[in-house]
Design a protein around this ligand. Structure first.
Ligand code: M6R
Length: 573
């Protein structure tokens, strides 16, 4: 939630910040702003809207100066309006800060500051950060004032701050439960919520750890622990090409990422699962945790290990429904590795061994878990998870069974059907509801197809095991209601055919993903499936569902990369 960026060097800060914010926009896109220091003049430009629109209207790149910070917001505290957008000033307008996270003791801190004469112009919790620094700077140097301020804050934060009253040019950084990574350049330094925002400038990074405080100067960085003592942090180098974080000729990141699946699936299959597999072998009781798409991958994992006492949980609910102990192995699935719901669930399971499955190098989840299995999918920018879901499936199959073969070809075959899928999308674009039906191993794929569909088309959709239809939902099926049936020729198809007939008899418009002749006969539209090894059907099914959601979204005039109210990385509970 929220993207944060900082720059210090010899180049024009506003240009670097604006470019970086475009890369970070997937994290939140309610409003955007930058603050740049030019000699002693500290200027903020910010407003509601997307990065392109606001940065053009307010001429971000005309601001001079070589040190600055920027922010793209996903509102948590206070409505979407200019005043609530970041960065925020202190009372003297000499200190600015941008914040990602939630300050839990906000009311107390704000009341204290109000009693000391500070005036606030926004409803955000974040605005108190520059004021806190200002207050502590009355009797401390700036670094000490920053550390004291950070120590007072309870909750989650990634903070970047700077002051025009500083004796040297420095950026002040802090992180706890929200990602913040330093980018190491030659005579310039960067920081951002995500590596992709800095990839154009450097491939060397220092991910900050929980509770770290850091300062950046033009020529280097220092990291401190909360007691003010300097600490060393690991530098990492990534070999990602900047192109991965570009659209590469596709109209949207989501479409590119769907097409990219045929390549990245091989990278994911090459991931090392040896240690994780060994640990799974040692445990009988396994809890799989995830949210949204990652939860659906977790459901598949639970299906693939039927001999274990294994259960998949929605991470946000986990503390209310489970009792993990030292005999429980936790497998936590999270693309970002920063989802607050999953991190709190992992902290709840304090006595259990833990495996993380994530796409994000050095993310918080990797620090909490004992073993990490990486997805190696490259950065995923579209808010809707696509290639990382297929990667999760590939890794899960490798963990639970043998390494699956032929996946890239299966995915490619399904992508070739894009034009047919686009034509079907045109039939669905005016619908108000859609229902996804499947049985057995295909049910989590129906869940995922339905989530993708509602997330980016704003059409209400639900997914069911086919047998559930007659227990209530059938009353919603009337003339023309779209029924998307996942009906590969496997052990589920005969029973699902019965459910398809029930829906058709009530007027349902049947769109089937199938290679079964009987299902084809009952269908209004068919997306053909190849005849493949039955356990691999999830890989063939998910691709057309992603494409269907994508094309319906575009036909409805929605930007599938930035669906309303959502953000890529959900760092609040
Ligand atoms: O980064 P994570 O895998 O932990 O994210 C979990 C969900 O927020 C995420 O999968 C979300 O459901 C996607 N936007 C769905 O496309």
């Amino acid at each position: 939630m929220c993207g944060i960026i900082g720059y210090i060097g010899s180049n024009v800060a506003s240009q670097i910040l604006t470019e970086g914010l475009k890369r970070l926009e997937y994290r939140g896109y309610d409003s955007v702003g930058i603050a740049v220091l030019d000699n002693s003049s500290l200027e903020i430009r910010k407003d509601i809207g997307m990065v392109d629109e606001v940065s053009t209207a307010l001429q971000f790149t005309n601001v001079n100066g070589h040190i600055g910070l920027g922010h793209t917001r996903w509102a948590t505290h206070g409505s979407v309006c200019r005043e609530n957008s970041h960065p925020h000033f202190d009372s003297s307008k000499k200190i600015v800060a941008a914040h990602n996270g939630v300050i839990e003791n906000f009311s107390k801190l704000r009341d204290d500051l109000l009693s000391k004469g500070h005036k606030f112009v926004s409803d955000t919790d974040s605005e108190l950060i520059p004021h806190l620094i200002e207050e502590h700077a009355k009797d401390s140097n700036l670094l000490k004032a920053f550390i004291k301020s950070v120590l007072e804050i309870q909750g989650s934060y990634a903070i970047v701050a700077l002051s025009s009253a500083d004796s040297e040019e420095r950026l002040f950084l802090a992180r706890k439960n929200s990602p913040l990574i330093i980018g190491v350049g030659q005579g310039e330094m960067f920081c951002a919520s995500d590596i992709s925002a800095m990839l154009k400038h450097t491939k060397t990074f220092v991910p900050l750890e929980e509770g770290d405080i850091a300062i950046l100067t033009k020529t280097g960085y220092k990291v401190y622990s909360v007691d003010g003592s300097e600490v060393q942090r690991k530098q990492i180098t990534v070999d990602w090409n900047e192109d991965i974080a570009q659209k590469g000729g596709y109209s949207h990141f989501m479409l590119k990422e769907i097409h990219d699946q045929k390549h990245f699936i091989n990278e994911s299959l090459a991931t090392d699962v040896t240690e994780a597999k060994k640990l799974i072998g040692e445990y009988e009781k396994i809890h799989v945790l995830g949210c949204g798409t990652s939860y659906h991958a977790g459901l598949i994992l639970a299906h693939l290990l039927p001999d274990k006492n294994i259960h998949a949980f929605i991470a946000s609910d986990y503390p209310f429904v489970a009792k993990p102990d030292e005999k429980t192995l936790i497998i936590a699935i999270s693309q970002s590795g920063e989802t607050a719901d999953i991190l709190q669930a992992l902290r709840f399971a304090k006595n259990s061994s833990k495996i993380a499955i994530t796409n994000t190098v050095e993310s918080t989840i990797t620090r909490i878990c004992d073993i990490t299995v990486y997805l190696n999918s490259g950065p995923e920018i579209g808010v809707a998870a696509t290639k990382t879901f297929t990667s999760q499936l590939a890794v899960i199959f490798k963990l639970a069974r043998e390494k699956p073969v032929g996946l890239s070809a299966i995915i490619e075959k399904m992508i070739e059907k894009e034009n047919e899928i686009k034509a079907i999308a045109a039939k669905l674009a005016g619908s108000e509801h859609a229902f996804f039906l499947a049985r057995g191993l295909n049910v989590p794929i129906a869940n995922e197809g339905s989530l993708k569909f509602k997330e980016i088309t704003y059409i209400h959709s639900e997914a069911y095991p086919g047998g559930e239809l007659k227990h209530g939902t059938l009353s919603l099926i009337t003339d023309g209601t779209p029924i998307i049936a996942l009906a590969p020729k496997d052990e589920t198809v005969i029973k699902l055919l019965g459910n398809i007939k029930e829906a058709k008899a009530r007027g349902g418009l049947i769109i089937s993903l199938t290679n079964d002749d009987n299902v084809k006969e009952e269908s209004d539209f068919v997306i053909g499936l190849p005849d493949i090894e039955v356990s691999l059907y999830p890989f063939a099914l998910i691709v057309p569902l992603q494409l269907l959601a994508y094309h319906v979204s575009v036909l409805r005039g929605i930007n599938p990369d930035r669906p309303r109210n959502l953000a890529k990385s959900v760092t609040v509970e």
